[in-house]
Design a protein. Structure first.
Length: 343
C-alpha cells in the first residue's frame, strides 16, 4: 500500500448488494489494523446497518435512489468532493457511476479489480484458464487489491458484523420466548429464485429436522413466507441487525448463495451454503472453519453472473438437492460450543 495513504481517513463506496457490502467489512478491519485507516462509507440506506458499530467506520453517508441518477448524481459527486475531497477515495463498487465520482475527486483514488473480463469469458467458455485466474482471489481479496499488491489470506478478511450487547440480549430473549436455545436457522429465499431449492424441499427438510429433535427457526425476507402460520417462521419480522443477532445465537444457517449467508459468516455462525447456478469462481464461497459448501453438479454452471438467468434445464441443479441431501449436510454442522462476542 502506498505509504502516503497510511493512517488516514478515507471515503469508501459500496452501493449494493447486501452480500457484497458485508464482504467489505473484513477488508476495512484489516486495513485499519495494518495501516491505521478509518472510513466514511457511502452506501444505500438499506445497507447502512452493515457498517453500524464497525470499529473502522467513522460515519455512514446514505444516498437516496433519486440522487443516484443523471445530473442528481453529478451534483452529489461534486458535493462529496467538496466535503471529503481532502481524503483518499477508495472505490469498492466499480461501476460507471462510481468512476464518475473518481474523475471528479480532487484527492488520490483507488479502485479494486473486478475481473469483469475474466468472469464474462469464463461464463462464455468455462475454460480452465479463466477458472484458475478467478479462483486465485475471492471477493474480499479482490477488494484488498485496491490498496495492496498482494492479497492477504482469505481467513484474514472474513466479514465482521459487530453487535452490541443489548442486541445480543434482545435476540436471546426473543429465542427464549419462542422456546428455543440453540436453533438451526433456515433461510430458504433468494433474490434470484434459481439460487435456492424449491419451497417443498425446504418444508420437507424442516419437518424431518423437527422430527429428529432439532430446533428450527426460519429467517429472511420474502413476499410469501415459507410457513406463514408457523410461529417459528420469522420471515419479514426481523431487520438486518436483529437477523444478525439471532444468527449469532444459532447453531448454524442453511441457505443458498444469499446475503444472509454472509451475515451468518460475519457473526461467526457456521453456514451450510448451497450453490447451483453460481460457482466458486465468482468469489462468494464462505470461508469460515466450520462452513460447509455444497456445489450442485451441473455441466452448465455457472450459467449467469448472479444466478438471474432463466434456466433451460428448469433449474435442475437446485432441483436435485433433496431433503435427504440437506439432512446429510446439516449433520456435519458442529455442536454449538461458542459464545457470542459483542462490542
Amino acid at each position: 500500500m502506498p505509504a502516503t495513504l497510511a493512517n488516514q481517513e478515507c471515503l469508501t463506496i459500496r452501493l449494493s448488494a447486501l452480500g457484497d457490502a458485508i464482504l467489505t467489512t473484513g477488508v476495512l478491519r484489516h486495513w485499519q489494523d495494518h495501516f491505521g485507516l478509518s472510513f466514511h462509507i457511502l452506501t444505500r440506506p438499506a445497507l447502512a446497518p452493515v457498517f453500524d458499530n464497525h470499529p473502522a467506520v467513522r460515519s455512514v453517508i446514505t444516498v437516496e435512489e433519486k440522487d443516484l441518477r443523471g445530473l442528481a448524481w453529478i451534483r452529489l459527486c461534486r458535493s462529496l468532493a467538496t466535503a471529503y475531497g481532502r481524503m483518499p477515495f477508495i472505490d469498492l463498487h466499480g461501476t460507471l457511476r462510481t468512476r464518475a465520482l473518481r474523475l471528479l475527486w480532487p484527492g488520490p483514488t483507488r479502485a479494486y479489480p473486478k475481473f469483469s473480463f475474466s468472469r464474462r469469458l469464463f461464463l462464455a467458455t468455462h475454460h480452465p484458464f479463466f477458472s484458475r485466474r478467478l479462483n486465485r482471489y475471492n471477493v474480499p481479496q479482490r477488494y484488498s487489491l485496491a490498496l495492496q499488491n498482494d492479497a492477504p489470506e482469505k481467513s484474514a478478511l472474513r466479514p465482521q458484523i459487530v453487535l452490541r450487547e443489548n442486541e445480543i440480549i434482545q435476540a436471546r430473549l426473543r429465542l427464549n420466548a419462542l422456546g428455543l436455545q440453540d436453533p438451526i436457522a433456515i433461510h430458504p429465499y433468494a433474490t434470484h429464485p434459481a439460487k435456492t431449492p424449491r419451497p417443498q424441499v425446504w418444508t420437507n427438510m424442516i419437518r424431518t429436522l423437527a422430527d429428529m429433535g432439532h430446533e428450527i427457526i426460519v429467517l429472511g425476507r420474502n413476499p410469501i413466507p415459507l410457513l406463514p402460520d408457523w410461529p417459528l417462521d420469522l420471515t419479514n419480522s426481523t431487520d438486518l441487525r436483529t437477523t444478525s443477532a439471532l444468527l449469532s445465537l444459532c447453531r448454524g444457517l442453511i441457505t443458498g448463495d444469499s446475503g444472509p449467508m454472509h451475515l451468518a459468516a460475519a457473526v461467526g455462525t457456521p453456514v451450510v451454503a448451497l450453490f447451483g447456478p453460481t460457482t466458486q469462481e465468482w468469489g462468494f464461497f464462505p470461508t469460515g472453519p466450520a462452513d460447509i459448501v455444497y456445489q450442485s453438479p451441473c455441466p452448465k454452471a455457472p450459467c449467469s453472473l448472479h444466478g438471474q438467468n432463466v434456466c433451460p434445464l428448469d433449474n435442475a441443479c437446485m432441483a436435485e438437492i433433496s431433503p435427504a441431501k440437506l439432512i446429510d449436510l446439516v449433520s456435519a454442522l458442529p455442536e454449538s460450543s461458542r459464545t457470542t462476542s459483542f462490542s
